[in-house]
Design a protein around this ligand. Structure first.
Ligand code: CO
Length: 212
């Protein structure tokens, strides 16, 4: 076994010792329950760790990550996480956080046949199709890529609003907000896209559900 791998287990012991030294009840407290106020839907990219970039701790953020931070309505994993976060944990904010330089979004701009992932990437290509007038008009490939990342986040926020889970919570007047962010891996800063929804009012009528 490699030293690289063993290092993680060593790091874990060091971390536990440090935690206990500064807060003897840290693990006891966390082991009793969790009541995070945030659900994070982010990219699997190793450079975008939810807790680190938001200065939050274990217990603060319920996390779901997949390639290109997608909200796909047939994804049971996403739906289960969302349902649990909204209806059981009663988080107050759901944040979709994309990031510039996202490999999934980059792949969606091209035509490579990569494998099974093509079927996942296709959902991102749909975002391009919705916004092709704006995106095709951008000549600079880097600017276009950055804008595509942003538009993908906006569409995922809209997709969250379309779910029966989020609309059901709003229907019960649960205090639930959904937001779209983009993390800049070049400087560490988060850009708030200011797509903040706390009701289904912004949704086109066809998506509004009459939830009883
Ligand atoms: Co990514």
């Amino acid at each position: 076994m490699s030293q690289l791998y063993q290092r993680l287990l060593e790091n874990n012991k060091t971390w536990v010792a440090k935690r206990i030294a500064s807060d003897p009840d840290y693990f006891l407290r966390l082991s009793e329950s969790q009541s995070p106020k945030f659900l994070w839907i982010g990219c699997s990219d190793s450079r975008v760790p939810a807790n680190e970039i938001t200065g939050t701790e274990a217990g603060d953020v319920f996390v779901h990550r997949n390639i290109a931070n997608m909200v796909v309505h047939s994804d049971m994993n996403l739906l289960s996480v969302l349902d649990y976060a909204v209806n059981v944990l009663k988080v107050r904010h759901v944040i979709v956080c994309g990031h510039y330089g996202c490999g999934g979004v980059k792949a969606a701009m091209g035509n490579s046949n990569i494998g099974i992932i093509d079927n996942w990437i296709r959902h991102i290509k749909d975002v391009y199709r919705f916004h092709y007038r704006e995106l095709d008009a951008i000549e600079d490939e880097k600017v276009k890529f950055d804008r595509f990342v942003e538009l993908n986040v906006v569409e995922q926020v809209m997709d969250l609003a379309k779910t029966s889970i989020v609309q059901g919570a709003w229907n019960k007047e649960q205090d639930l907000w959904i937001h779209g962010w983009v993390y800049d891996i070049r400087n560490g800063l988060v850009k708030d896209l200011e797509v903040n929804f706390g009701s289904n009012e912004e949704l086109p009528d066809v998506y509004k559900l009459e939830i009883i």
